[in-house]
Each structure stands twice: as C-alpha cells, then as structure tokens.
Design a protein around this ligand. Structure first.
Ligand code: SF4
Length: 96
C-alpha cells in the first residue's frame, strides 16, 4: 500500500496555539489535512491564563478559538503554521 506523501514525521511534533493571538478565523481547521483542530468556546479557566489584551480580543470574536483536539493526528506538515494569519501556531517537539 502506498504511503501518504505528507506523512513525514507523525507524532514527533504537536501544534501549539498561542491563545493570546488566536482570533478564531478557522484557517487551521480548513487547511489541516488530518483534522487536528476544532473550534470551541474559551472557558473561564482558559481566560484566567490569558493576557488582558488576549481576553479583550477573544471577546470581540465571541470567545471562540481553535483548539488542538487531536494532537496525535499531526503529521508535522507545517501547513497550519503558514496558514494562520495571526502567527498563533507553532510546532513543538513532543516531550521537548
Ligand atoms: S502541522 Fe500539518 S498535520 Fe499537523 S496540525 Fe498543522 S496542518 Fe495539521
């Protein structure tokens, strides 16, 4: 069976979203070929860890942001990092 072309380094990295930068524009959801992201509403616990500016920005966007719901599905293609207009996503080594 042929290997998937984009499957380079599964599970070596996971995407991490900067909650103070995400504006919930959903580009990551649209471009990720592996369904890693989902939209969700920030909880009080999430907001307690955010900066004042981050909370104000989130409020403007209805407190909806992208979340990394399926990190094990990430194949380290980097498409989400490039696609995010806010530069809110970086790939972080697992265990690093
Ligand atoms: S690096 Fe690729 S597979 Fe991983 S979350 Fe981003 S778009 Fe999805």
């Amino acid at each position: 069976m042929p290997q998937e072309a984009k499957c380079r380094a599964p599970n070596l990295v996971v995407p991490v979203i900067n909650v103070n930068k995400c504006e919930g524009k959903e580009d990551c959801l649209r471009v990720c070929p592996h369904g890693v992201f989902e939209m969700a509403t920030l909880t009080a616990e999430h907001k307690a860890k955010m900066s004042l500016i981050g909370r104000l920005k989130a409020r403007v966007h209805g407190n909806r942001q992208a979340f990394v719901m399926h990190p094990d599905a990430c194949h380290a293609c980097g498409v989400c990092v490039t696609a995010c207009p806010e530069g809110a996503i970086k790939l972080v080594k697992v265990g690093g």
